[in-house]
Design a protein around this ligand. Structure first.
Ligand code: Z57
Length: 826
């Protein structure tokens, strides 16, 4: 066990770093180290690390200038980055030196890291995937920009008051962001509203110009994305909005004054806050403004950067590709067309060729409420020229449909980009993209054969799968140093940049000493989480109990309700039979609900209400504990994954496109308790179904029921007394003394005997028995300590496929065709 994961860096200058920290505290705060607050120490350390990062950043960008590699622009409304300091230190391979240096200064790196606010510019899976992709792109040495929005307020901070979620603004920039760089020299103007005028020029050409518009200035802020151990530093460019200029007091008449004020307000509002909806489209005008704002700025920048080095815009796609992260950035298609035609005077056909060779689209969901459809009234008012272009794309696309399916009105109804007074963004992305990918094998199959069937039949060559992945640098190396060191001691440290190598652990799965070491590490991580829970929740949990964890956004399709109903069922059993054989279990939840999502918020209240009753009932002797971790986010996720025994991945089959939390649990040696949904299918394929607990309807069965009008949950209610008892407890005040109607809506969502509305659309009652049986198997398996350790080690060993390095390499090979960049030796 001599080998440690932390390599010795040859380039990091420890003494320089120490001096830099002290100097920063002096010049930033006019203080000594002893006088500085913890936040000030964090800032000083972060600036010292930034100093090392910037050298590599400049070198990388110089080299990109020289080698002129093809570049991907990852366009995304969300980048859920979490904290940067610890990650940057790890990727600089400077961890050992930094720890030593801070030690010599009397400082503790963990305490310093804890001062950093999470950069929470995202909701959940989609935003975190973007962050993992940036890490992998830099580590693999590909030229890449992340392009997004510098929200003033990121994902809200969740407080739990009286068991209810309360949203508190996330003022993440209050103390300043030491890693960001403001780049006003690259500012761009973005235009909204007005109308389109046609000017005929001297050559008889029609020039379309937007007039009477309001404009906003977009100012980029750059954040460094440090590759692991290769000196590469890429850029995440996020745009801030500023008013174009102060309005002049001398020249205003009433109309101008009004307009100037509106223009100022537009700039003030546009980047104010991240919409906190995951997998749900709210159709708000401001959201469309946000989309066009960052897309127009990003596309303008990509084009002008290209033209600084090249002269033929017709070959743009040879050096640039845009990846659209869901439909949110799809207006890029029309914006690129606009720039190519209106500013570079390409013909429609020329512009279309460039655009369709540049843009590629990733679909992340089949949930119909997540599909973006903008009313044409809103769209054309806000983006008149862009709308005009989309109308023409639609006209030509319909011609193509008619050509392929003569006389088939049905196809046009289902596939048109503009239909029923709406602009359908997914249809635009598919029509204009050269690639359409899903995010797990099952998800892509469902896209091809159900949701996007017509498009697949028309353009099969565009469709492909890219199963998601996660970065092992953050989610093992940083999050779980004990396990990371253990893995390295057994199989060397190649896994850090080549995760499939972790497969060599397999031979230790049956080794008793390894099993003990592994379980001991898991135990220590559970102690770390127990301490966090005690400090943050005031609840004492026993690290010897099974840590059964469901952390993810709160959504009905993810079925946190199934989990907590099952806890209620177990509690009933224990109450009836206090001496029954029962292995102590800690059910851990963490989830934010969209601010306006009533059922989701009531599920949080229910979890906390069950926790109150169960945790304080001496009759069950602490055998069940329920913990709701407040404000689940990237930074505490790192502590949670490391401590999990059981990974709850219990979505209704077909609904979770991939999931990525499932992979983070696996990498940290938790066993999956899940449905055959999303990437769970591939996880089980890698590790073997004997090392996971699979239950529930298959996606085919779910889709079959759905296509035939659903199923009838009342039958289950009538025939299963245990389930009936749990459901009645939702409405008899067991968990809401004095307010028995509190959870009536949740009850109605499952049964709804009063109205004709569909009930239990997520098959919770249908899957309940199967889930309860799987949970019994979990308990039995955990009692066999060696068997459990073996399965857990195998989960770690078989997680190789789920690195985002693999995912990115597949995007490069099949879609982007980027050139690999190697920095010359210094
Ligand atoms: C989001 O987090 C996801 C899909 C969406 O359409 C939106 Br909007 C937000 C998630 C999926 O729900 C996950 O299954 C998937 O793993 C993740 O995106 C990354 O692909």
């Amino acid at each position: 066990m001599a080998k440690k994961t932390v390599p010795v860096s040859v380039t990091f200058d420890k003494d320089l770093f120490k001096r830099s920290v002290l100097y920063n505290i002096k010049t930033l705060y006019r203080k000594t180290l002893e006088e500085a607050t913890p936040q000030q120490v964090f800032q000083a350390v972060a600036y010292a690390i930034k100093d090392a990062v910037v050298d590599n950043w400049m070198r990388t960008q110089e080299e990109y200038e020289k080698q002129d590699p093809k570049t991907v622009y990852y366009l995304s409304m969300e980048f859920l980055m979490g904290r940067a300091l610890g990650n940057n230190i790890i990727n600089l391979q400077a961890q050992k030196e930094v720890k030593e240096a801070l030690d010599e200064l009397g400082l503790d790196l963990n305490v310093i890291e804890d001062q950093e606010p999470d950069a929470a510019l995202g909701n959940g899976g989609l935003g975190r995937l973007a962050a993992c992709f940036l890490d992998s792109l830099a580590t693999l040495g590909y030229a890449a920009y992340g392009c997004g929005i510098r929200y003033r307020y990121g994902m809200f901070k969740q407080e739990i008051r009286d068991g209810y979620q309360v949203e508190v603004p996330d003022n993440w920039l209050v103390d300043g962001n030491p890693f960001e760089l403001r780049r006003p020299e690259y500012a761009k103007i973005v235009k909204f509203g007005g109308y389109v005028n046609v000017h005929i020029d001297e050559n008889g050409r029609s020039n379309f110009v937007q007039e009477g518009y309001q404009s906003v200035k977009a100012i980029p802020y750059d954040l460094p994305i440090v590759g692991y151990g290769n000196g590469i530093v890429n850029t995440l460019r996020i745009w801030d909005a500023e008013a174009v200029e102060c309005f002049q007091l001398d020249s205003f008449d009433k109309g101008d004054y009004q307009k100037a004020v509106e223009q100022e307000n537009l700039a003030r509002n546009i980047v104010e806050v991240l919409y906190p909806n995951d997998n749900h489209y709210a159709g708000k005008e401001l959201r469309l403004k946000q989309q066009y704002f960052f897309i127009s700025a990003s596309v303008q920048e990509a084009v002008s950067k290209y033209m600084r080095k090249h002269d033929d815009i017709r070959k743009f796609y040879e050096k640039v590709t845009f990846q659209l992260n869901d439909t949110h950035p799809t207006v890029a298609v029309a914006e690129l067309m606009r720039i190519l035609m209106d500013e570079y005077y390409l013909t429609w056909d020329e512009a279309w060729e460039v655009t369709t060779k540049t843009c590629a689209y990733t679909n992340h969901t089949i949930m119909s409420e997540a599909l973006e459809k903008w009313p044409i009234e809103l769209f054309s008012r806000l983006l008149p020229r862009v709308y005009q272009i989309i109308e023409e794309i639609n006209r030509r696309f319909i011609l193509k449909i008619q050509e392929m399916y003569p006389g088939n009105q049905e196809k046009i109804r289902k596939m048109a980009i503009i239909y029923d007074g709406q602009v359908k963004m997914a249809h635009l992305a598919i029509a204009a993209g050269y690639s359409v990918n899903g995010v797990a094998r099952l998800h892509t199959e469902i896209l091809k054969h159900q949701e996007l069937k017509d498009f697949y039949e028309m353009m099969p060559e565009k469709f492909n799968n890219k199963t998601n992945g996660i970065t092992q640098r953050r989610f093992l190396l940083h999050a779980n140093p004990l396990l990371a060191d253990w893995v390295t001691a057994h199989v060397g440290n190649d896994w850090i940049t080549d995760l499939p190598k972790i497969n060599k652990l397999k031979v230790f799965a049956d080794d008793e000493k390894s099993q003990q070491e592994f379980m001991n590490i898991k135990y220590q991580n559970k102690v770390r989480l127990a301490k966090y829970i005690l400090e943050h929740n005031g609840i004492e949990v026993d690290p010897r109990s099974i840590f059964d964890v469901q952390v993810k956004r709160l959504h009905e399709y993810k079925r946190q309700l199934l989990n907590i109903l099952h806890v209620m069922y177990l509690y009933n059993q224990l109450k009836d039979n206090p001496d029954m054989d029962f292995y102590p279990r800690t059910f851990i939840f963490g989830a934010k609900a969209a601010a306006g999502y009533y059922n989701a918020k009531m599920t949080i209240k229910l979890i906390n209400s069950v926790a109150d009753v169960v945790n304080n009932d001496p009759a069950i002797n602490g055998k069940i504990k329920v913990v709701f971790i407040e404000n689940y986010r990237v930074s505490n996720a790192e502590i949670i994954f490391a401590a999990a025994d059981v990974s709850e991945q219990i979505s209704t089959a077909s609904k979770e496109a991939s999931g990525t939390g499932n992979m983070k649990f696996m990498l940290n040696g938790a066993l999956t308790l899940g449905t055959m949904d999303g990437a769970n299918v591939e996880i089980v394929e890698e590790v073997g179904k004997e090392n996971a607990f699979i239950f529930g309807l298959s996606s085919d069965e779910v889709i079959n029921y759905e296509n035939n009008g659903g199923y009838d949950p009342t039958e289950i209610f009538n025939n299963d007394p245990d389930i009936r008892r749990v459901l009645m407890q939702l409405i008899n005040g067991t968990y809401a003394p004095g307010d028995p109607d509190r959870f009536r809506t949740l009850y109605n969502s499952l049964l709804n005997t009063l109205s004709t509305a569909k009930a239990d659309t997520y098959f919770i009652l249908k899957d309940f028995r199967s889930y309860a049986e799987a949970q019994k198997k979990v308990e039995a398996a955990y009692r066999d300590e060696k068997g459990w350790a073996r399965s857990a080690i195998l989960n770690v060993a078989c997680s190789g496929k789920f690195t985002s390095d693999r995912t990115i390499q597949e995007y490069v090979d099949d879609i982007w065709h980027l050139d690999k960049v190697v920095l010359p030796k210094k």
